[in-house]
Design a protein around this ligand. Structure first.
Ligand SMILES: Cc1ncc(COP(=O)(O)O)c(C=O)c1O
Length: 432
């Protein structure tokens, strides 16, 4: 879908001052398609030409309650009366940490401003704790844009080699080649390959960092027992298990993936849904490890970490989630999942619908989808065609088939009905 005249004019203005006219490479969809938002409210966003879309991107996931959500905005406005940044602990930080502990079962919390910062910090903590330097990540997993994690996030297939011994590929230029000596990458959901890699290298391995479901690969789910297996193998070899809950935390359950899969990690990273769009993140985990962060031991800092605006937002979000906000999110997502399946079955389109109702993914494939390579071989062209049709009907999931659909507590039952109607039309127009 091409953008309207006002949107395009504003985008061209943006391009004069900002590379590709955006603040993140993932936001650039091409000169004639990249949107410039005018406003968001609840489940909806508007572009500069006043086209309204039901928003299923939600800023790549964080907006769990809805855009400009009153309780959050009011709490932030109220909090800011005291000022924002002090380089001192404020009471809101303590309140939020207590709520996070209660909801997730972690012992201690250190704040950061983004998911990238949180995973970077967690990796450092794991290295310091174990005295080892290497980390193991899974193919297709995204842990932010720091140099230690941008390996095999979205590698070309073929090009990454044989799945038993994948070649390490950086996401792009500017990532030092030498970093590759600190990384192992194995396919998701393969216990045998994971076990082999750990057995051969455990003495060097500080951490296994895992997205508990591949929230950056259409929500590929772990096989039954895969998270338990990672837990066991980490405990056996004193490797730190880092669960990267940047996307799943405070979204798939109040206690995130630890609650959903009933597995306790050593360190957990949170971001997105914690702030409903405000820049807040956290490195959390067991006291014996987190308690070692401190002067002269494990470095961690950040001028803006724990700032009042972000803490006030998190304080409101956690109250809303504790009061049951995720029930609405899950009901909407379940309705979409059931409806999509009916439509695609009727149209005879091979597909997999996966992931929790709060962040479901659709993959057009006639095989299963258990790892990145399965997603890579799926029909992305068809996916993009369907999504482009949906854009013209006022519905906006991400057109990148790696992104799940994100649901907020502001998405209504009527939105779900409208969305399913439009999805059915789009599939029929393309495949009928
Ligand atoms: C699982 C995961 N970890 C880390 C990040 C990085 O978070 P941020 O974009 O806030 O730096 C993301 C972002 O999408 C993510 O999905």
């Amino acid at each position: 879908m091409k953008s309207g005249p006002k949107t395009r004019a504003m985008f061209m203005r943006a391009k004069e001052s900002m590379p590709c006219g955006v603040t993140s490479n993932f936001r650039y969809w091409g000169d004639d398609r990249t949107l410039v938002v005018k406003k968001g409210e609840g489940a909806y966003i508007w572009d500069q030409d006043d086209n309204r879309y039901i928003d299923y991107r939600l800023g790549f996931g964080p907006v769990i309650l809805g855009h400009a959500y009153k309780e959050v905005i009011d709490r932030v406005a109220d909090g800011l009366k005291m000022g924002n940044t002090f380089a001192m602990t404020n009471e809101l930080e303590i309140n939020v940490a207590e709520k996070i502990r209660k909801m997730t079962g972690v012992d201690m919390v250190r704040y950061a401003n983004s998911g990238t910062e949180a995973t970077m910090g967690a990796i450092r903590v794991a290295r310091a704790w174990t005295g080892r330097e290497k980390i193991l990540k899974f193919e297709g997993a995204y842990h932010g844009f720091h140099d230690y994690s941008l390996w095999n996030t979205y590698p070309p297939i073929p090009g990454t080699g044989y799945r038993r011994s994948p070649v390490l590929i950086p996401q792009g230029s500017g990532i030092p080649a030498g970093i590759s000596q600190y990384i192992f990458s194995v396919p998701f959901n393969d216990k045998e390959l994971l076990k082999k890699k750990v057995k051969e290298n455990w003495g060097d391995l500080a951490a296994i960092i895992v997205e508990p479901l591949l929230g950056n690969q259409a929500s590929i789910m772990p096989r039954d027992g895969f998270m338990d297996f990672i837990r066991e193998i980490c405990s056996e070899h004193e490797i730190v298990m880092i669960m990267d809950e940047v996307k799943t935390g405070f979204r798939i359950a109040p206690g995130g993936a630890q609650e959903y899969f009933n597995v306790k990690a050593d360190l957990v990273t949170y971001a997105k849904s914690l702030g409903n769009g405000f820049p807040v993140a956290a490195i959390c985990g067991k006291k014996e490890i987190m308690g070692e962060i401190g002067p002269g031991k494990i470095p961690h800092g950040g001028t803006y970490a724990g700032n009042v605006a972000s803490m006030a937002a998190a304080d409101a979000v956690l109250d809303m989630i504790a009061a049951g906000a995720l029930d609405k999110v899950n009901a909407h997502g379940s309705k979409l999942k059931t409806g999509w399946k009916k439509i695609l079955d009727k149209a005879g389109v091979p597909h997999v619908i996966q992931g929790p109702p709060s962040m479901p993914g659709i993959v057009f494939t006639d095989k299963g989808c258990l790892e990145y390579r399965d997603w890579a071989e799926s029909n992305h062209d068809l996916y993009e065609k369907v999504i482009q049709k949906l854009f013209t009907k006022g519905i906006m999931p991400d057109c990148d088939s790696r992104e799940p659909w994100f649901i907020s507590a502001s998405h209504s039952d009527e939105d779900a009905d409208y969305c399913l109607g439009a999805f059915g039309e789009a599939v029929n127009e393309i495949c009928g």
